[in-house]
Design a binder for this molecule. Structure first.
Ligand code: FES
Ligand code: FES
Length: 170
């Protein structure tokens, strides 16, 4: 069965031979997209989180056959640069196994809520388990990313005003 999707903005076709093949298996084993991690394959850890039509899902629990015509975003296409930078700067990455799923969940949270408080962050990340860092550094990273994204959004209009005034100069 051929399944056509868009993955990180690119058209992709997966030739799936089992109706129950998971999106996680298709991404990693069939399409060679290793950014999405397999840690439990049972919907328990969140390491395999991707966005499916904009909603976070455990890709180990989604059948690829259900993804015909849908938009998949992995850690490669879903995560703004400030989120990745903040995880590194705050020491929120150790073995890195949970990191792609966490980054996708944080990107989803910050797209919905620009400056989330700690309880909101904890709830949003409740499905993402990390065995290494403890969660304080991860929460620090979410705050740092939110601040960096707010700064970026604040500077963008100023930059476009400056570009506009240059263009108008004879
Ligand atoms: S690998 Fe999917 S939730 Fe753990
Ligand atoms: S950094 Fe190792 S599981 Fe989270």
């Amino acid at each position: 069965m051929k399944v056509e999707m868009r993955i990180d903005g690119e058209a992709a076709v997966a030739d799936v031979d089992r109706p129950g093949e998971s999106l996680l298996s298709t991404l990693r084993d069939r399409l060679g997209l290793y950014g999405t991690k397999n840690a439990c394959e049972q919907g328990e850890c969140g390491s395999c989180t991707v966005l499916l039509d904009g909603d976070p899902v455990c890709s180990c629990l989604v059948a690829t056959a259900q993804c015909e015509g849908r938009e998949v975003k992995t850690v490669v296409g879903a995560v703004p640069r400030p989120v990745r930078d903040a995880f590194i700067a705050c020491g929120a990455v150790q073995c890195g196994f949970c990191t792609p799923g966490l980054l996708v969940s944080v990107a989803d949270l910050l797209a919905r809520e620009g400056d989330p408080r700690d309880p909101v962050i904890r709830e949003a990340l409740a499905g993402n388990l990390c065995r290494c860092t403890g969660y304080e550094k991860i929460i620090d990273a979410v705050h740092a990313a939110a601040e960096a994204m707010a700064d970026e959004a604040h500077r963008a209009p100023a930059r476009s005003r400056a570009a506009g005034s240059t263009e108008e100069t004879p």
